[in-house]
Design a binder for this molecule. Sequence first.
Ligand code: TYD
Length: 198
Amino acid sequence: MIIVIEGIDGSGKTTQARLLFERIARAGCKVALLIEPTVGVYGKIIRDKIKSGNYSPMELYELFLRDRKLNARNIRKLLDLGYIVILDRYYISTIAYQGAQGIPISRILMDHSEFPIPDVVIILDVDPETALKRLKRKDTFENKEFLEQVRTIYLRMPEILRELKIEIRIINANRDPEIISEDMWNIVRNLIKCRDKE
Ligand code: TYD
């Protein structure tokens, strides 16, 4: 099973992905947590480019594809070993961010047709103003107008991904982290079979 956590910068994804990981592990399941951009060679190039702003949207898009192709190998291996895989960002981010940068969403979907399909996508929805207040450093993506556009695409995700039959949940992430974590666990606990259910 693949569970993807998504949301704009500052939505609290990384904290929530960690909390969900701990809950699933406690429930007795084998679970792995992976992040994108990855910690590999392409991930590093991507982070440097986003920080500097020195790239074309198409060049950045292609780097994400390369990074993800390598990551997909790890995902497949983990799935074969019986792990539940949590992804802190996946191609849903590419649809939202690179879509907002003008790459056609139909092309993004086509280029990802051979990638493992998520079972559940949880989108942490927060208004960009709140999200920006949470961020210490700001890179080139982290401005209100751009994040508004990214958010708009995230909110359209049920329609964009309709044919893939993915369980998509959009949750209000303007609330306390503990409450959000509880919500996420309630979504996930019914979908997994672990040794001893919490
Ligand atoms: P990262 O350094 O992991 O920060 P965060 O913890 O805020 O996610 O993220 C890198 C940035 O990359 C983030 O602003 C979102 C963006 N991104 C894309 O534009 N497309 C993608 O496909 C992915 C995975 C991330």
